[in-house]
Design a protein around this ligand. Structure first.
Ligand code: HEC
Length: 251
């Protein structure tokens, strides 16, 4: 009886692994809008009030604002490395799970498991896998610097970040922000909530219908974005507001 249970267990685990490998491998994950898959993990740990007044250093990578959105959006979706799927045991959900399952070697990017995969030259081994885009060089740099700085969870008060909200540019301010924090769940393959945020026209549409500012600021009636992550830093939300109020120009 015990052995039979063991066999069933092994079979179930192998079938599960195969399924996850297939979904995170070369085949496109079947993630239609109406699919009822494992929901995205929504555990959100907002920074405690005790950070109020702690000045943010511009040279420090802040895990929750700068790195977690990249990991969540590009890797931690419900088909790959969220708490439910956890392909290959890797859960890129919050600081604890990244440290526990990402093979992080503080100060040593070359030995860090997720960094090796992100920068892998072999198309078979790289993450995110084809057909998804590789992380861009700026995103790789953020992850590398974070590991070199000791893979800490530095926290500070985002209100202390100097914030210039004048003449916000689509190409140098808005597009990179969306690429880091939103793109992984709203691209040509994954359209969470039926939303695609690939190019200017897509962004213009959500800007003008109010849902871009509505979701990032958490206005009532909107689901707050980025989904399952802490709020964007106050300055990013203000810059989005400023760009939307300027009529969402393609500048
Ligand atoms: C981890 C995946 C994920 C990330 C990252 C993400 N979204 Fe979403 N988004 C979703 C899901 C899931 C929904 C559907 C939510 C629902 O309807 O319950 C959604 C829905 C939306 C909607 C429609 C929601 C509404 O209330 O009308 C907008 C607009 C949107 N997202 C914009 C963004 C923006 C802007 C970002 C980046 C700041 C972002 N998303 C990042 C998963 C994500």
């Amino acid at each position: 009886m015990k052995r039979r249970f063991g066999r069933i267990l092994i079979f179930t685990i192998s079938a599960g692994c195969l399924l996850y490998l297939a979904s995170c491998g070369h085949e496109l994950p079947a993630l239609d809008d109406d699919e009822t898959g494992t929901p995205v993990d929504t555990t959100v740990v907002e920074p405690p009030d005790t950070i109020a007044g702690i000045v943010c250093s511009p040279d420090t990578i802040h895990f929750e604002w700068e790195l977690l959105p990249i990991l969540k959006s590009s890797c931690g979706r419900r088909d790959c490395h969220d708490a439910g799927a956890a392909s290959s045991g890797v859960k890129l959900v919050n600081y604890q799970t990244v440290m526990q399952t990402g093979g992080i070697k503080p100060f040593n990017p070359e030995e860090t498991r997720i960094f090796k995969h992100i920068t892998h030259t072999d198309e078979e081994a790289r993450m995110p896998p084809p057909p998804y885009d590789r992380l861009n060089s700026r995103q790789v740099q953020v992850i590398e610097t974070w590991i070199q700085q000791g893979a800490q969870n530095f926290r500070c008060d985002s209100a202390t970040i100097p914030c210039d909200t004048d003449s916000i540019s689509f190409s140098s301010d808005i597009a990179p922000l969306v690429k880091d924090a939103c793109y992984g769940c709203h691209n040509q393959y994954v359209h969470e909530g039926g939303i695609t945020l690939l190019d200017y026209e897509d962004l213009q549409a959500v800007a003008l219908n109010g849902s871009l500012y509505g979701t990032v600021s958490g206005e009532s009636g909107y689901v707050r974005m980025p989904y399952g992550s802490i709020r964007l830093p106050a300055c990013s939300i203000e810059r989005i507001r400023s760009w939307v109020e300027a009529g969402a120009p393609e500048n």
